[in-house]
Design a protein around this ligand. Structure first.
Ligand code: G1P
Length: 294
């Protein structure tokens, strides 16, 4: 594995062009990333993780149907003025802070050609810098933000890294799965990656729930990747080529992950984040108790 001098990671790519079919019918008219967990859209939690990790520039790879995501991260001067004039300066400041937390840059994915293709659309903006990729369907709640954990591994070892978690064998076919040799109790040197394998074809039970920190060499591999599973340009296939040429690690991150792209996972996240809000906690517990079958 080639170690090379690498800079600090300050950029991230968040692909948000997907159709959100798992959340139809609401996604017929609302971007799935704008569905709220309590009162913040899911994408806001992902952007917060990136910012808390030290990311400064975020490239949203979006589609022409999803302009509301861009709008959410922009100023809304009219609303802010109204709030100020009605004595709600704290609410106005909160809205302004969303727009000022980082630089949001939009790149467009003009056709739905797969996750690898979506990440490739960020190339003109990212250029020759290492970057993080965060997928919007996974909320990861961790003492140190998951992306920061991966950035630390990348900056220490000089090698691209994907976050992994152990999943039951029955679930391997939902994820990109890694295989390789162990470097320490959390880190593997990857020698195999398979996108959504059948249980008997999985190299391990270590699954990627959508967090990556990669060398810009990934762009060359994406451009050389042919359509794979489902006829799409898979990010996992480009990462497998990166593993061969430049080297790739997996890191078993510390934290809890909620699959908010799944209805039950979404409800779980709503419940857990609701229980954390002091103003909602007692009422929520009372409601849950009153609705439990006796
Ligand atoms: C994508 C990736 C897959 C990864 C998953 C995590 O699949 O292709 O490797 O494990 O995200 O959520 P998708 O769920 O978009 O089909």
């Amino acid at each position: 594995m080639k170690a090379k001098a690498i800079g600090k990671v300050s950029k991230a790519v968040i692909p948000v062009a997907g159709l959100g079919t798992r959340f139809l019918p609401v996604t017929k008219a609302v971007a799935k990333e704008m569905i709220p967990i309590i009162d913040k859209p899911m994408i806001h939690y992902i952007v917060e993780e990136a910012v808390a990790s030290g990311i400064e520039d975020i490239v949203l790879v979006t589609s022409r149907h999803k302009n509301e995501i861009q709008r959410y991260f922009d100023y809304n001067a009219e609303l802010e003025d109204r709030l100020m004039n009605s004595g709600k300066a704290d609410l106005a400041a909160g809205l302004k802070a969303i727009a000022e937390s980082c630089n949001i840059i939009c790149a467009y994915q003009k056709e739905p050609a797969g996750l690898g293709h979506a990440v490739g659309c960020a190339r003109p903006v990212i250029g020759d810098h290492p970057f993080a990729v965060l997928l919007g369907d996974d909320l990861i709640d961790a003492p140190v933000p998951c992306t920061r954990q991966l950035m630390d591994v990348f900056e220490e070892r000089g090698t691209s890294v994907v976050g992994v978690m152990e999943v039951p064998l029955a679930d391997v076919s939902k994820y990109g799965i890694v295989g390789g040799t162990s470097l320490d109790e959390r880190t593997l040197k990857i020698d195999r990656m398979v996108e959504k394998p059948k249980p008997d074809e999985a190299p391990s039970r270590f699954a990627i729930p959508g967090r990556y920190v990669v060398d810009p060499a990934i762009f060359r591999h994406i451009s050389e990747t042919r359509p794979g599973k489902g006829g799409e340009i898979q990010f996992t296939d480009a990462l497998a080529a990166l593993a061969q040429d430049e080297g790739l690690l997996s890191y078993r991150f510390d934290g809890n992950r909620y699959d908010t792209g799944d209805r039950l996972g979404y409800l779980e996240a709503t419940l857990v984040f609701g229980l954390r809000r002091p103003e909602l906690r007692d009422g929520l517990i009372r409601l849950m108790k009153s609705h439990l079958p006796s």
